[in-house]
Design a protein. Sequence first.
Length: 193
Amino acid sequence: MNEVLTYLERLREIALDQHGFVTTAQAFDEGIPRVELPKMAKRGRIERVSQGIYRVPQVPSTGHDNLALAVLWAGIDEACLSHDTALAAWGVSDINPNRIHLTIPHSHRVRRAGGDRYVIHRRDLEPDERTWWEGIPITRLPVTIEDCIESGVPTYLVRQALERGAGTSRLPDAARDRLVAMLDARDAEGQRS
């Protein structure tokens, strides 16, 4: 016998992999009419958290919900955590960003309200420069550290990341050596200015 899933059950299936969130576009791709989401929100079955993003309350919250929401908020499949936020997520630095940093491709624009909590960076990442952390897309550690060097993150925080990441599979020796040279060059340039 074929099992028929309700709209809420279908939304929950999507939300389980996304810290409880689902976008209007994802729901539509699953065959759920766009008009159903506001109706479900009005009845208290789901919660509207941002333009085009809903939370399914039956999925337990995690400590990383705000990061998952940020990536979905961008509305771009290639969006990922990056820069200061990624450095904090990787746990290799004592950095404590006050906003969530995201990277999106140059060709895309974010057209949603509520972006004051986010810093948008534009970079065309190769597929191997991204990975997953806690079910959320993120730049790989070498890319993260490179971005932080280029954006001016204080040297002591970058050196901390290089030291803590050294000898792990996330930061191979060749990448670490290249990043140390890049940081040294940045610091030397700063001393000449």
